[in-house]
Ligand binder design. Structure first.
Ligand code: NAD
Length: 355
């Protein structure tokens, strides 16, 4: 049986995850969805951000639908005692190396963007970020005193196979979409970027149907706000991806609409084990009020169907339903600008009606 681990977590996590799971169960009643504690909920009720039972559930699952973790009362504690440690353990434990962040502006939401509506109309791109390598993990990584002077070092390192596997994820995705891939690096300065570009070019030979362009990261940051509609799939290393994916995210105007996937080494394309979650956090300012936008969690379900359950048909069904709801003028509070708005539950019901 196909099993999906539901890890709602903290803050608005349970509200949006339960909403999204109800849609998953409506369209795929054959799935086994099993809920477990994570984050602050795990620390409070099972003594760990990622309790052993939760880890065991993830081990036997085909995918994880994750809410969010983080609570103000843990601010200032060391990482290993914080709710966010769960994500760190899951990403490392399952080697979730490919972070996919689709950015779409739904018709009717162009005015929510900080850019001019005509620049973001129809915007539909995906940032593919390498998530387990590069400068965030390279050794040596330390602060030290040398000859009485304080210094610090971080190390940016990539091995060719790490570049090749993320490039293949991006090329596969571009092939399913509009066939255009932008690889972002800093090859005029960085050795790791020269390796990156060489390997991406090598992989490109296997994808003659995909058009590949290379951009330097500083130029990419500029082009993302100048001509965002020209991008289809963007692939880049960990730190550049961290920055560019946040820049791309704000193009939509609400973090509550943005899903993400982190794909691991287990499985093959279409049936990869992965963790799916909203880009936003636990939003303590609105938690418990029933007003959180469930779109990001619902679109995370669509990604889960597409990438872990090889079910592109139902994934597209979910995406079309969300699009239809926005086209009908319905809004959640953060997008309503003080006008009429639907609760998390009512928005979810509207999506179900469109399915
Ligand atoms: P946040 O994303 O939780 O909130 C930022 C703003 O966006 C808030 O005003 C919030 O109300 C709004 N927002 C977020 N999601 C929304 C939704 N679905 N609908 C409507 N509005 C939404 O970021 P933050 O305030 O910086 O962090 C809060 C906590 O979340 C912290 O503890 C942080 O560590 C954690 N966090 C967790 C994750 C994760 O679980 N992956 C990601 C980011 C932050």
């Amino acid at each position: 049986m196909t099993t999906v681990a539901l890890l709602p977590g903290d803050g608005i996590g349970p509200e949006v995850t339960h909403a999204a799971a109800s849609i998953l169960q409506r369209i795929r009643p054959d799935l086994e969805c099993v809920e477990a504690l994570v984050g602050g909920a795990g620390l409070a009720h099972a003594g760990a951000a990622l309790p052993p039972q939760t880890r065991a559930l993830c081990d036997r699952s085909d995918a994880i639908l994750f809410g969010s973790v983080g609570l103000p009362e843990y601010d200032g504690k060391p990482l290993a005692e914080r709710p966010e440690y769960a994500l760190f353990l899951l990403r490392g434990g399952y080697e979730l190396y490919a972070n996919l962040r689709p950015v779409r502006v739904f018709p009717g939401l162009e005015h929510a963007s900080s850019l001019k509506p005509e620049l973001v109309r129809g915007l539909d791109l995906v940032v593919v970020r390498e998530l387990t390598g590069g400068i965030y993990f390279g050794k040596p990584k330390e602060q030290r005193v040398v000859d009485g002077v304080e210094e610090a070092v971080d190390t940016m390192i990539y091995r060719a196979p790490e570049v090749e596997r993320i490039a293949r994820v991006a090329f596969d995705l571009a092939r399913e979409r509009r066939g255009h891939l932008t690889s972002v690096d800093k090859q005029n300065i960085l050795e790791t970027s020269r390796l990156w570009r060489r390997v991406v070019d090598r992989v490109a030979a296997d994808y003659p149907d995909v058009t590949l362009e290379h951009l330097l990261v500083d130029n990419a940051a500029m082009q993302l706000v100048r001509r965002p509609g020209d991008f289809d799939v963007i692939v880049t290393e960990n730190m550049f991806g961290d920055i560019l994916s946040d820049e791309a995210a704000i193009l939509t105007g609400s973090i509550g609409t943005l899903p993400s996937a982190s794909l691991g080494t287990r499985g093959e394309p279409g049936r990869r084990f992965g963790l799916y979650e909203p880009v936003g956090g636990s939003a303590p300012d609105i938690a418990g009020k029933g007003i959180a936008n469930p779109t990001a969690a619902i679109l995370s379900v669509a990604m889960l169907l597409r990438h872990s359950l090889d079910d592109a048909e139902n994934a597209a069904r979910v995406e079309r339903a969300v699009e239809a709801v926005y086209a009908s003028g319905v809004r959640t509070a953060e997008l309503a600008g003080g006008g009429p708005s639907l609760s998390t539950q009512a928005f979810t019901d509207a999506v179900k009606e469109q399915l």
